[in-house]
Design a binder for this molecule. Sequence first.
Ligand code: PXP
Length: 235
Amino acid sequence: MVELGVNIDHVATLRQARLGIEPEPLQAAFIAEQNGADQITIHLREDRRHIQDRDLKLLRNTVQTKLNLEMAATPEMLEIACSVKPDTVTLVPEKREELTTEGGLLLVEEHRNYIEQIKKSGIEVSVFIEPDLEMINFAAEIGANAVEIHTGRYANLKDINAINKEVARIQEAARLIKQNKMRVVAGHGLNYHNIFRLVELQICEEFNIGHSIISRAVFTGLAEAVHTMKQLINR
Ligand code: PXP
C-alpha cells in the first residue's frame, strides 16, 4: 500500500491568523488518521509561523500512526527532535522570506553529522531534495534512510512535453533511491489532478501532501479530502 502523509501546517496557519485556539491541529490529525492518513507531517519553522512547539509535543503524544517532523538542520531543531523523538525527521531547506519550502535541500558534508545524531535517537531521517542523481547518491553516502523528491517543479509545469520530461526525471531519481536502499517519498505541490502521473510510476512508497488536501477540506470536510486522496494514491 502506498502511504499518505497529511501535512497539517495550514490548519495551524489559520489558527495563527488570529493567534487563537482554533482550528486545532490535533483535531485535524485525528480526523486525517481516521480517514486513512498513514502519517501526520508538520514543519516546525524557525519563525514558528504556523506549527508551535506545543503542537509538536501534543502530536507526539496523540498521533497513532507516524509523526514526520520537517525541520531545518540547525542546532536548535536538532535538540528539539532528539528530545521529542518524532518517527521521522525530514531535513528541509528554510528561508524566512519564503511562502513555502522553495526548492530542495542542497546536501553538504555538514549534514552527515545531523543525520548521524538524529538516527542515534532512533529516528528515521529523510532528506527533501530535487530529483538530482548526484545529490541522491550523496544522500545515501551520508546515511539518509529515505529521500523525499521535491515535486514542486513537476507540479508547476503546464506544457505536456515538459511534464513528460520531469516525470521521467522523477522516475530515474526514484529508481536510484531504491537502488541505494532508501525509501522513496515524494511531495510538494501535489493535488487531486497531478498525482496520477506519479501514482502511475508505481515507485513512490509515500506521498506527503498538505495544501491541496486542506484546501479541498474547506469545502468537503477533511474526512472526505483525506479519504479521496488515499484512494487516488492506491489506484
Ligand atoms: N513535503 C515537504 C518536505 C514540504 O516542505 C511540504 C510543504 O510544507 C510538503 C511536502 C507539502 O507540500 P504541499 O503543501 O504543497 O502539498
